[in-house]
Design a protein around this ligand. Sequence first.
Ligand code: MG
Length: 401
Amino acid sequence: MASPTTIQDVQTILTQPAGCRLIVVKILTSRPGLYGLGCATYTQRFHAVHTTIEKHLKPFLIGRDADRIEELWQMGMVNGYWRNGPVLNNAISGVDMALWDIKAKRAGMPLYQLLGGKCREGAAVYVHADGKDRAEVAENVHKFREQGYQHIRVQMGGYGGRAARLHKPRGAPEGAYYAPREYCRAMLDMIEHVRAAVGPDVELLHDIHERLRPIDAIAFAKAVEPFNLFFLEDPLAPEDLEWFRNIREQCATPIAMGELFNHPREWTPLIQDRLIDFIRMHISQMGGLTPARNVAAFANMYGIRTAWHGPGDVSPVGHAANLHLDLWAPNFGVQEWCRFNDLVYDLFPGTPEVHNGYMYPNDQPGLGIDINEDLAARYPCTDEVIQWTQTRAPDGGPVRP
Ligand code: MG
């Protein structure tokens, strides 16, 4: 029997080429030149993930057999006894994806081949159209359609919108304010306008970003039903999962949920009871390719599709992992896409490319992506107190971002 391929080093690369702090794990093996990359990006708490990898996972992993991905995932998750938190899950994801990358490189195959091979040649993506008013949103939808996109998410003034007439109390602190009830009225008006302007053929999506009270989210899902959304994203917070049944019983607006999920107990009941239509975890946040593959197969048994989280705070390595799952999964739905700039393509050679609304693989062995570490070092991560998550209701009280 050939000697095992062992883990020789676990490195953490931090870089910020385009706004978000990205964390990439690089695992070096006992075979000269053979290494793998994984995404561990938790942009808001990147120091904590970095420390977890360097001080806890690296000593645990050095010298182990790089082929035993499943065993290392299971042991890595329980080795610290307490488990399923965002810092640990992201750290494990970096290792997990890198080990899958290594295994597929050894096989000489793109990673989707190890999952079972392709069900499709490219993954349909959705992009984000925004605007200061409903006319500008419609104009931006039109521009994306001309570029070949068939799925377009429509927002106005970012998440929650900008409340036009905030009625604040004296002494209200600074913050990212929004008015939930006004948001409902403005967004419904915008979506009605955009649908009338662009016609029935384009698939429209909208993200509530869990900013409404549950009863307002139910009313919104009902009111938006005539405009035939492809899906309504995050209508409820993970803390309010029991309310999904109320939405389901009252309308047929397709529901997507999951980017904040940490724990199997969060997604399992929604899938088993068929309370959502799209499962859309942030793959590094759930622990990597190993759990994502399992959840895709589980959701497929219940007729639920995938729509993995794909914003700018997923590294290009994470986007490559999303793409391999998308190409394989029989129940793939749509892939969120953030349209990286040219610098990101230079820094991460092999970053997935999108043409005419579809994302394509490059068919290199493994994840098909690399990192230019010299270039990455020229864009170090910055420390700052994050403002957009300091969200407040009109009376100044803190609310979920
Ligand atoms: Mg979202």
